[in-house]
Design a protein around this ligand. Structure first.
Ligand SMILES: C[S@@+](CC[C@H](N)C(=O)[O-])C[C@H]1O[C@@H](n2cnc3c(N)ncnc32)[C@H](O)[C@@H]1O
Length: 275
């Protein structure tokens, strides 16, 4: 399905084109009804009554963008966020990585912009599920970075309330967490797979020979030039033909398009091209 199959209101498409041109983020991936509901919140706050007027406001006042991202709840995280992306990684990316694994060294997976840890722990759970089902003798190590020290502290504790866990299948909750009062504690084996570290995405990547990078919903406030720089750092960090998973609203722009080949367009999964 192409984005244009999802939204068919021409005024809304024009607004989406404006946002894509300004920021590189493609809101056409959202389903039309929830998207309209959330845009209406911002349009009411700005006392505007048409998508054309709101597009014009964004053009004149880019400081509206952070408020729009908040309304679209892009600044949230959770276990198994966008479960269909995790399913694609488990079904298509992990088998490829396991088949290509060199020697006995564990695979290296990087969750860049990991927030409070829900994403890297989800990857660790997904990997364990993949190994249990496929029985391939392959190990993975996950490094997870963020700029925000408070988020990293929460991540290292591995303890979450139910609001972070709504997308996680109940079987996995029972298998990988222990109930602690109102909260759930990630089990020791899963925690041991993940190492947290503070790192700035705009700086050269602190890792090399990475097999798979997840960078989802972290580049939302970055200019197009800054995004391109980050994708350059990712290209340097990945091993040849390494994988990159982006968030649903993120797209590769400019030079970055040449660096990566699409692997699963719908789930925003790419592979590094030969240098
Ligand atoms: C919305 S969260 C995304 C969490 C997770 N990747 C997901 O999709 O659920 C975005 C994270 O990116 C981090 N971030 C934003 N700018 C960053 C930067 N320049 N360097 C490192 N991390 C950054 C934020 O601190 C935040 O924790």
């Amino acid at each position: 399905m192409t984005p244009r199959d999802v939204i068919d209101d021409p005024e809304l498409l024009a607004l989406a084109d404006r946002i894509l041109a300004d920021t590189g983020f493609d809101i056409r991936q959202y389903k039309e009804r929830p998207l309209k509901r959330r845009l209406a919140v911002r349009m009411r706050a700005c006392q505007l009554s048409s998508y054309a007027a709101y597009a014009e406001r964004l053009r004149q006042d880019p400081s509206e963008y952070p408020r729009l991202w908040d309304a679209l709840t892009i600044n949230v995280t959770g276990f198994y966020r966008n479960p269909e992306t995790y399913a694609a990684v488990q079904d298509r990316v992990f088998p490829a990585l396991a088949a290509e694994a060199r020697g006995g060294a564990p695979l290296l997976i990087w969750s860049a912009g990991c927030s409070s840890g829900e994403e890297p722990y989800s990857i660790a759970i997904l990997w364990q599920e993949f190994i249990a089902a496929s029985r391939v003798p392959c190990q993975a190590r996950i490094v997870a970075t963020d700029i925000d020290a408070d988020s990293l502290r929460k991540a290292a504790a591995g303890r979450y309330g139910t609001s972070s866990l709504t997308e996680l299948p109940p079987r996995l909750l029972a298998r990988y967490f222990a109930e602690r009062g109102e909260q759930y504690q990630v089990d020791a084996a899963t925690m041991a797979m993940v190492e947290f570290r503070r790192a700035e995405l705009m700086e050269p990547a602190p890792f090399r020979n990475v097999d798979l990078i997840f960078c989802r919903n972290a580049l939302i406030y970055f200019s197009r030039a800054a995004q391109d720089a980050v994708f350059g750092h990712f290209a340097a960090a990945l091993r040849p033909a390494g994988f990159l998973v982006l968030g649903k609203v993120e797209t590769l722009l400019g030079q970055s398009k040449e660096r990566f080949a699409a692997y699963d367009v719908k789930e925003r999964i790419y592979r590094l091209n030969a240098r």
